[in-house]
Design a protein around this ligand. Structure first.
Ligand SMILES: C[S@@+](CC[C@H](N)C(=O)[O-])C[C@H]1O[C@@H](n2cnc3c(N)ncnc32)[C@H](O)[C@@H]1O
Length: 229
């Protein structure tokens, strides 16, 4: 069974997502009790797509968020290095442009996008600071960054409850997923991911300005935003 290790070797991460691609959207709905659509809506409202905007949805996976952004009339590029995940996005036709690309070496010119967004992707890249730097490079001056990612609730009781659920995920996934081993990686990656304040500092240290964040659903997800100075 394919799973990545926590050093997030790109070939292992891409192969792992290739392996879960077909049932990825279904698994997300099951494992979040449908909450993921609410988180995506909140992220979309923060991106605030407008006709004429050019938006990069990075680590877009099956393009499930990209297609919602495109529905507002923005031009959306969905980039990912898992061809298996992107393949699933083909069902949306040419509503979004699907591009194979690595977050650490984005195949785009400097200052190409009005907004760069990444949902549940940053946690999976091998070098978070390098990815934040690449996202800054391809964003126009004054353009924005929106990151939606799992997080750690601040209140101890909620943090405990969330961590207990995360530890149960591989067992739940074994009933639905073609690759339950992948969900052991996902659990480990979520348990070791920084809280919202820590990630916010890291975003600012990468050169982004005006970093703000808020928690969703008691803080199990964090929505960060920032601006390219
Ligand atoms: C958990 S999925 C998230 C997919 C989608 N954004 C969503 O909200 O459902 C993580 C995605 O990140 C992609 N990914 C991880 N590291 C990447 C990298 N270095 N470059 C491009 N994509 C990457 C994976 O291939 C996978 O599709």
């Amino acid at each position: 069974m394919t799973r990545a290790r926590l050093d997030r070797r790109p070939d292992e991460v891409a192969a792992m997502f290739d392996g879960v691609a077909k049932r990825y959207d279904l698994m997300n709905r099951v494992m979040t009790f449908g909450l993921e659509s609410r988180w995506r809506r909140e992220a979309m409202e923060t991106v605030d797509p407008q006709p004429g905007m050019t938006i990069l949805d990075l680590a877009a996976g099956t393009a499930v968020s990209s297609v919602v952004l495109a529905s507002a009339g923005a031009r959306v590029v969905a980039a990912d290095f898992s061809l298996g995940m992107l393949e699933q996005g083909r069902k949306y036709g040419n509503v979004v442009s699907l591009v194979a690309g690595d977050a650490l070496r984005l195949p785009f010119a400097d200052e190409s996008f009005d907004v760069v967004t990444i949902s549940f992707g940053l946690r999976n890249v091998a070098d978070v600071d390098a990815a934040l730097g690449e996202m800054l490079r391809v964003t126009k001056p004054g353009g924005r960054l929106v990151i939606c990612e799992t997080s750690q609730p601040a209140r101890p009781i909620l943090r405990f409850g969330n961590r207990t659920w995360l530890r149960m995920l591989p067992t739940v996934a074994s009933r639905f997923s073609s690759n339950p081993a992948a969900y052991r990686y996902l659990t480990e990656s979520m348990l070791t991911w920084p809280d919202g304040d820590t990630l916010g500092r890291r975003i600012a240290e990468s050169g982004w300005g005006g970093v703000q964040w808020r928690g969703l659903t008691f803080g199990v997800v964090a929505l960060h935003r920032a601006t390219r100075p």
